[in-house]
Ligand binder design. Structure first.
Ligand code: COD
Ligand code: ZN
Length: 374
């Protein structure tokens, strides 16, 4: 391609400071160095975690280009890149898979040590590929999809099927895979089982899709906001309840509804009280409860240890437990085979320049997922 090896000038949303709106700026994107790949982003979702950086709940180096739920096409590759080539459709991975570290080599591990959850804001060689107005701009989670072009380490990229619609499969880069994997990969939901899903946002809906695809026969959605019920039922919930409608603890309500037979429960809210409620709601002996929602930082839980002593299993997962580079292409293929429907999660599609409107939709609770198109 004509741009390979050259600096590309393009548009990106730059966050210059905490608690400020994102600014659409012209930036310079340097060519990829060895073992790096430059991608043209075609579509990106907006996730709550991007907002966590804006609000200072999650650390990052400023100025920064956020975005970690995108899909695009390879523009050029650096020396030594073997797994993708220009023109390939790809999904950037905020949870990389280097295939060399202790975690990647463990058959059950997926939180590769090359992940940038501490906010270093640079690629593996310790530098950034972005500049704006003469200043270095930092990367976010090794992905930075709120830019027309971005550069990633090769270990942060999954090559996907050429037939994949990028404006939909971008959700596989974060929200969908997180929920779907919590059910399929981490919870290992079994056919005919009963599941309870606490929290019916985009990730909770993805958990429901996972439970359904695993063959669960009852899937009970729990949310304070009853306007979430219709969509939850459309993606596979068999019943929905609001804790507001009961005076007794929700675990007792679920036990009565199911003859004490909830095998799997999922917390997809990120609250301490609902984490314990979800644990108490699964069967005291053979039940498994999965924590999907990120807990508030610097908090501690108090719970009755008999909840575990009787035999329950309590687990958590990041990115659904998937090994990103191995599994994301398979999740995309399953989508192309019609195994699940991503349209149900997409409530708004906006041009990239309207990114701030997209965040406003997130704040107002009107959106499940907003997709920005370049
Ligand atoms: N009881 C019942 N429902 C509640 C309660 C409550 N006490 N409080 C809130 N809810 C409902 C809300 O009405 C809402 O419907 C739902 O819970 C939450 O949904 P959303 O739309 O706010 O959020 P999601 O589904 O997009 O994501 C929620 C998570 C908690 C999963 C997310 O914020 C998170 O923590 N993700 C996991 C962390 C992670 O893997 N991060 C990696 C990169 S993102
Ligand atoms: Zn996310």
């Amino acid at each position: 391609m004509g741009t390979a090896g050259k600096v590309i000038k393009c548009k990106a949303a730059v966050l210059w400071e905490l608690n400020k709106p994102l600014c659409i700026e012209e930036i310079e994107v340097a060519p990829p160095k060895a073992k790096e790949v430059r991608i043209k982003i075609i579509a990106t979702g907006i996730c709550g975690t991007d907002d966590h950086v804006i609000k200072g709940v999650m650390v990052a180096k400023f100025p920064v280009i956020l975005g970690h739920e995108g899909a695009g096409v390879v523009e050029s590759i650096g020396d030594g890149v073997t797994t993708v080539k220009p023109g390939d459709k790809v999904i950037p991975l905020f949870l990389p898979q280097c295939r060399e570290c202790k975690v990647c080599l463990n058959p059950y591990g997926n939180a590769c040590i090359k992940s940038d959850f501490t906010g270093r804001g640079v690629l593996a060689d310790g530098t950034s590929r972005f500049t704006c107005k003469g200043k270095t701009v930092y990367h976010f989670l090794g992905t930075s999809t709120f830019s027309e072009y971005t550069v990633l380490d090769e270990f942060s990229i999954a090559k996907i099927d050429d037939a994949a619609p990028l404006e939909k499969v971008c959700l596989i880069g974060c929200g969908f895979s997180t929920g779907y994997g919590a059910a399929i990969k981490t919870g290992k939901v079994t056919p005919g089982s009963t599941c309870a899903v606490f929290g019916l946002g985009g990730v909770g809906l993805s958990v429901i899709m996972g439970c359904k695809s695993a063959g669960a026969s009852r899937i009970i959605g729990i949310d304070l906001n009853k306007s979430k019920f219709e969509k939850a039922k459309a993606v596979g919930a068999t019943e929905c309840i609001s804790p507001k409608d009961f005076t007794k603890p929700i675990s007792e309500v679920l036990s009565e509804m199911t003859d004490n037979n909830v095998s799997y429960s999922f917390e997809v809210i990120g609250r301490l009280d609902t984490m314990v409620d979800a644990l108490a709601s699964c069967h005291e002996n053979y039940g498994t409860s999965v924590v999907v929602g990120a807990p508030p930082s610097d908090t501690k839980l108090t719970y009755d240890p008999f909840l575990l002593f009787s035999g329950r299993t309590w687990k958590g997962c990041v990115f659904g437990g998937w090994k990103s580079r191995d599994d994301v292409p398979k999740i995309v293929t399953d989508f192309l085979k019609g195994k699940y429907d991503l349209d149900q999660l997409i409530t708004h599609v906006l041009p990239f320049k309207k990114i701030q409107d997209g965040f406003e939709l997130l704040y107002s609770g009107q959106s499940i997922r907003v997709i920005l198109m370049f």
